[in-house]
Design a protein around this ligand. Structure first.
Ligand SMILES: Nc1ncnc2c1ncn2[C@@H]1O[C@H](COP(=O)(O)OP(=O)(O)O)[C@@H](O)[C@H]1O
Ligand SMILES: [Mg+2]
Length: 410
């Protein structure tokens, strides 16, 4: 049976590919000659072909587009001009399965089709999400750890914990990258005293989406704000959340792991996956950034508030998290613990409640410490700088120990 070929090729090479397919004695048939990317994606999703032959310079051919093609079961052969090596790199980074020279004759076009056959024969069911990242990274040099700091609504202190964990790890000599991926109103920039104008995560995601994110560009876009501490600020307005699609962030996490030993991601609170949109895999989702970070994480720090409402929310949050079936260790942190809200023995009350209602037996607690938390916010600095002896900072160090210990979490 002929292999269906979707053709989105610019210029004279297009008719060469079509003629080579016609002359292939029924081995290949061009099922759709696509004028642009939209037409190509629609044809792929309609199941019209198994191979897409595309010009590398096709407009909007990015990581997201490659993912859509791969999800539709289409292998991508990109045609690029050897005289423009940056185009080869870019399309490879975006996840093309093969990059071959643009043919300038019928023989060349035949070679393109032959290479597509080789690709189909060797088709490995790779995880499509990893293709872009692999292409960017080549051989893994090292693999830093990614910590997602997550927790329910109600401002339990996710940002406070994420920022201070990053600062403490950096102070221990391990370079950390703090990332604000909260699409409901991230505050990392403000908390660390940075201007909103920093390029931040959106710029990095854009580069990743276009296949141009590498170690150097990530390092350039993530400023060093203290010794061994880098930061990627969040989107400055909540309505910019479509700038943080999972397909791009998945690549970002991969590059971040190569750049630094620790990546700490401050996430949003919501895990809902928009059921209304789930039929449309290309629609952006507001919680994609949080979900992408959680799925990539080596450990999830779950932060809840210690008062009765906060604990009830934490119990529900833990069950929502369990529904994601992440199979990733969790460190449960109960913050803002105080006797006035939880009774004379707040620690015991929290441990009992979480053991009984969430089946969680290892919990770390952080005290309510207004003076330290407010002082840090006011100064736009971290606790180790402005309240090193505070009860809150001391308790936070126990969380750092837990993360940093070799078999620490679970
Ligand atoms: N242990 C604590 N004691 C006192 N105030 C705290 C504590 N932890 C956080 N806060 C304060 O609570 C507010 C919300 O914290 P934040 O980290 O921004 O929460 P989230 O990121 O979960 O929305 C901030 O004003 C912060 O300074
Ligand atoms: Mg926050």
């Amino acid at each position: 049976m002929a292999v269906g070929v979707l053709c989105a090729v610019r210029g004279a090479a297009e008719s060469l590919v079509v003629r080579a397919a016609e002359a292939s004695a029924g081995r290949f048939t061009v099922t759709r000659r696509c004028a642009d990317l939209t037409e190509l994606l629609a044809a792929a999703e309609a199941g019209l072909g198994r191979v897409a032959i595309v010009s590398a310079e096709l407009d909007r051919l990015d990581v997201e587009a490659m993912l859509t093609l791969h999800r539709a079961g289409v292998q991508v052969v990109a045609l690029a001009d050897a005289a423009r090596p940056w185009l080869v790199d870019r399309v490879q980074a975006c996840g093309a399965d093969l990059v071959v020279p643009t043919p300038d004759g019928l023989a060349g076009a035949r070679t393109v089709l032959e290479s597509a056959t080789a690709l189909l024969d060797a088709a490995v069911p790779d995880h499509p999400d990893l293709k872009g990242a692999d292409a960017v990274l080549g051989e893994p040099l090292r693999r830093g750890r990614l910590v997602a700091v997550w927790g329910p609504t109600g401002a339990p202190g996710r940002t406070t914990v994420a920022v201070n964990l990053a600062a403490e790890l950096a102070a221990r000599g391990e370079t950390s990258l703090l990332v604000d991926a909260d699409t409901y109103g991230g505050t990392v920039a403000q908390v660390v005293g940075l201007l909103d104008e920093a390029p931040g995560l959106a710029a990095v995601a854009r580069a990743a989406g276009q296949g141009s994110l590498d170690l150097r560009s990530l390092a350039r876009l993530a400023p060093v704000i203290a010794e061994r501490l880098r930061v990627l600020t969040g989107i400055s307005r909540a309505d910019r959340w479509p700038e943080l699609p999972a397909s791009a962030l998945d690549v970002v996490w991969g590059v971040a792991r190569q750049l630094v030993p620790w990546t700490l991601v401050d996430t949003g609170f919501c895990l809902e996956q928009d059921e209304q949109l789930s039929y449309d895999t290309r629609a952006p989702q507001r919680n994609a950034a949080t979900l992408s970070a959680l799925r990539a994480a080596d450990v999830v720090v779950v932060v809840g508030a210690g008062d009765p409402v906060g604990l009830a929310r934490l119990v529900r949050a833990l069950s929502e998290l369990a529904d994601l079936r992440l199979d990733v260790p969790q460190v449960v942190v109960v913050n803002r613990l105080r006797a006035s809200a939880s009774g004379a023995r707040p620690e015991a009350a929290v441990h009992d409640a979480l053991a009984r209602y969430a089946g969680v037996h290892r919990v770390l607690t952080l005290p309510e410490d207004r003076a330290a938390a407010d002082g840090a916010l006011l100064a736009g600095r971290v606790l180790r700088e402005c309240a090193p002896g505070s009860a809150l900072r001391k308790a936070l160090l126990a969380v750092v120990e837990r993360l940093a210990a070799p078999v620490a979490v679970g």
